[in-house]
Design a protein around this ligand. Structure first.
Ligand SMILES: O=P(O)(O)OC[C@H]1O[C@H](O)[C@H](O)[C@@H](O)[C@@H]1O
Length: 449
């Protein structure tokens, strides 16, 4: 089977001829540090050989739990934030019908996401929607203590128990969390929920191929064995013994770092399929939290084209030349729509009659790439044969491996995120959380100045 393909030729034209090759020894060292567990953050390398280590029995256990939820729920709410949310949403939205929530075909439960914001209206409206639904909940949190998720789960647990009774609630609430610590674990054990463990050595943003992503994706009706198979094939294609120029993750990591060294401080991930919007969001967390530290790191931005060509296109074509783009291109759509001919041709579009919509999309993509390159924006392109579980697995692992190499090239600890705590500390101080008395006093004094 064909793999996803990375083309960097429209990026390297902005670099010295030997710029990518010069990275080979550094990339090799980065890969060896990962393999040997000698890189910073080496207690978080559980994702590295995860795909090839997932057994059919484990997939079977996940599918069996998914089946219990599918049989007993019209709606399943997936509660989680960051790495405990974005991977599942990426795959589910990429593979679902774009109008899934309107179809009401009862083939699959409606999947809703909660615990990823603190919007009171969001929660109120979701709870109102659930009021007459047979719903279940997957409560996902590695730490088990994340405020956004815990808040939503408290509401959902109560509503589920009130509506469906304690016994049924116990059947349709599943926890994905730490083996021992955290409030989510305590609650799951006390209530007797089915639970899955997030391995200690897999950080949130690298956890989509653990039950964090696999369980919701299976509940939504997708083939998690194929997702894992795609990732496992990419694990092989990016292995330490694959020659540098044949390893897409190595080349991507090298190219983005070479561009960064030339002052290209912002990378824009681009898609031409609205279903890939959440791939943008997942990728932003993966690269943003991994690399944005020690006052360095490429800023990960993202756009959905052609939609955003009509809003951000001007900036990209003509704004400050500090950007480069990485385009995800899906070679074959899953459906076929031909432009109809029209006798009156009032819109002047008869020149497109008989053509597939995707042909127009592809010409938009090519035309945009050429225009942006002409405008001084280096472009990489990741070509994906078709949007399915298998290739999403490849894409996920490709980006994870590249991120770990890239962070190493940048000289940061790819696997921590100390900066995220700053807002939490202030929020808890402002909310008078027990244990934050000193911080509460200090922050109030600062605000009253
Ligand atoms: O899974 P959790 O422990 O609830 O964490 C969810 C997310 O929030 C944290 O604040 C981190 O910044 C993320 O890396 C993490 O994915």
């Amino acid at each position: 089977m064909k793999n996803i393909q990375l083309d960097i030729t429209k990026a390297t034209q902005f670099l010295q001829a030997d710029a990518i090759a010069a990275y080979e020894p550094k990339v090799k060292a980065a890969q060896e540090a990962l393999e040997n567990g000698t890189c910073p953050g080496n207690d978080f390398l559980g994702w590295l050989h995860l795909p090839s280590s997932i057994t059919p029995d484990f997939i079977g256990e996940l599918n069996a739990t998914a089946q219990v939820l599918r049989e007993n729920c019209e709606v399943v709410v997936v509660a989680g934030i960051g790495g405990s949310y974005l991977g599942a949403r990426t795959v589910i939205e990429a593979l679902s019908n774009s109008f899934q929530w309107l179809l009401n075909d009862k083939k699959n439960p409606v999947i809703l996401f909660a615990g990823n914001n603190i919007g009171e209206d969001y929660l109120a409206e979701m709870c109102a929607y659930l009021a007459d639904k047979k719903f279940g909940v997957i409560n996902i949190s590695k730490s088990g203590t994340t405020t956004e998720t815990a808040l939503a789960f408290r509401l959902l647990k109560k509503q589920c128990e009130d509506q469906r009774g304690k016994d049924m609630a116990r059947k349709v609430i599943v926890a994905v969390t730490d083996a021992q610590k955290g409030a989510a674990r305590t609650t799951a054990d006390k209530e007797g929920y089915k639970s899955f463990i997030i391995p200690d050595n897999v950080g949130g943003r690298f956890s989509v191929l653990t039950p964090v992503g696999l369980l919701p994706i299976a509940v939504a009706g997708f083939d998690i064995a194929q997702l894992v198979a795609g990732a496992a094939d990419m694990e092989k294609a990016t292995a330490v013994d694959v020659p540098f120029m044949e390893n897409p993750s190595a080349v991507y990591a090298a190219c983005r770092n070479a561009l960064y060294a030339e002052g290209k401080k912002i990378e824009i991930l681009v898609n031409y399929q609205p279903k890939l919007h959440y791939l943008n969001e997942w990728w932003k967390q993966l690269y943003g939290e991994s690399e944005g530290k020690d006052q360095k790191g490429i800023f990960p931005a993202a756009v959905d084209f052609t939609t955003d060509l009509h809003s951000m296109g001007q900036w990209i074509q003509d704004g400050e030349r500090t950007i480069f783009e990485t385009v995800i291109s899906i070679e074959q759509p899953n459906h076929k729509v031909l432009f109809p001919s029209d006798d009156e041709n009032l819109d002047g579009l008869n020149f497109l009659a008989g053509k597939r919509v995707d042909e127009v999309n592809k010409m938009a993509e090519l035309g945009t790439q050429l225009a942006h390159v002409d405008g001084g924006v280096p472009n990489m392109r990741l070509s994906v044969p078709v949007l399915n579980e298998y290739y999403l697995g490849q894409i996920i692992y490709f980006f994870e491996k590249a991120c770990s190499i890239s962070g190493n090239l940048l000289g940061v600890n790819t696997f921590n995120q100390p900066g995220v705590e700053a807002y939490k500390k202030n929020m808890f101080a402002l909310l008078n959380k027990p244990g934050y008395e000193k911080e509460s006093e200090a922050i109030r004094a600062r605000l009253n100045k």
